[in-house]
Design a protein around this ligand. Structure first.
Ligand code: UT7
Length: 320
């Protein structure tokens, strides 16, 4: 298929919001959070901006891939927490990189980064670009009610970028959705106009954790199995699975049902919590820079999120 990853980068804020700090803010405990989610701490943007962290990630990915910004054909930015309604975070990044290529944001919540890869696949197949930058980054902390213990313990800020080049690394990719407002939403709160009196007051996340959980485990398996079938592979052919980092129990349950080893399934939710569209590119960069990704490795990527959305991909790591 159409592309390979040739560069990665990431942007993470410094402040670590630990379970101990949260214990002082809401009626929760380190024990409850650790047992139910596997999360110990998350990063929160205090002094940083998404603009700065996205630029850092992009520059790192471009350097890693050995190209200059003017070679980019598209910038796809997966986020639900961009700093402006318009311009898009992608347009701001293009401006900061000094390029005039097409740039747009994608909203598929936690699945956004994989939706971005799916869109990139289509753009490469249509010969629209030689290089595409896909970013996934969030400031989830801005959409959390820090008096709501059901949600404020789960999410963190940050993300990363990957640089894609036309190539044959991608073996299968699939994205799908199952529209549902009730189980996970963040409403807009609009100003009153002469014709509309705003009734919505909440612009923070509301979620039915149990329903999302049920959807997540099924979606992980469905997306991975579908991609494996399309690629003519079995789960045992995967060297690493990089799942969206939402909850250790979701990851562990999917791993067990897929029948692969603990070493195969990356579970690092403890350090960052759920960074939504940021979680997979963050991990890709971390694994790339620590030398854990070796040329020829077969990677499974899988995510679920608000929408409801889900997606999977199988990708050969072709970088030296
Ligand atoms: O990327 C998509 C984002 N969303 C997700 O990934 C969410 C997926 N779902 C989950 O991760 C889990 O459902 C949660 C971690 C959110 C919740 O775990 P759970 O085992 O499903 O707990 P629950 O919602 O059924 O709540 C069990 C109890 C309740 O108390 P009662 O009604 O039994 O007395 C909650 O009020 O736990 C209580 N509870 C808490 N207690 C201490 C809920 N949150 C907390 C908390 N600390 N932070």
């Amino acid at each position: 298929m159409s592309f390979e990853i040739i560069g990665t980068g990431r942007g993470e804020p410094d402040f670590r919001l630990t379970n101990a700090i949260l214990e002082k803010m809401v009626d929760t405990s380190d024990e409850w959070i650790t047992q139910r989610t596997g999360i110990s701490e998350r990063r929160v943007m205090v002094d940083e901006t998404m603009r700065d962290l996205a630029l850092k990630s992009a520059r790192e990915a471009l350097k890693d891939g050995g190209i200059t910004p003017d070679q980019l054909g598209y910038i796809l930015f997966a986020t639900i927490s961009g700093e402006y309604r318009t311009p898009s975070q992608a347009s701001i990044l293009a401006m900061d990189l000094g390029v005039d290529c097409a740039a747009l944001d994608l909203n598929a919540a936690c699945t956004g980064f994989l939706y971005g890869l799916d869109m990139a696949d289509a753009l490469f197949q249509a010969n629209k670009a030689e290089y595409i930058l896909v970013v996934g980054m969030e400031i989830m902390s801005r959409y959390l009610d820090y008096t709501d213990r059901r949600t404020c313990i789960l999410f963190g800020d940050g993300g990363g970028a990957v640089l894609l080049k036309k190539g044959n690394g991608l073996k299968a990719i699939h994205a799908s959705g199952k529209g549902n407002i009730d189980v996970l939403n963040i409403p807009n709160v609009f100003p009153d106009t002469p014709w509309h009196k705003e009734t919505e007051t909440r612009n923070t996340i509301e979620m039915n954790g149990r329903e999302v959980y049920k959807f997540a485990v099924g979606a992980f398996l469905d997306e991975l199995n579908l991609c494996l079938n399309r690629a003519g592979m079995t789960a045992q052919d995967l060297d690493l699975v990089i799942p969206h980092q939402a909850n250790s129990r979701i990851i562990e349950s999917a791993r067990e049902r897929l029948g692969v080893s603990e070493e195969t399934f990356i579970n690092q939710v403890a350090d960052r919590g759920n960074t939504s569209a940021g979680s997979i590119p963050l991990l890709l960069d971390e694994l790339n820079r620590s030398g854990k990704l070796k040329k020829g490795m077969m990677l499974g990527l899988v995510a679920f999120g608000g929408g409801l959305t889900s997606a999977g991909a199988i990708l050969e790591w072709t970088k030296e």
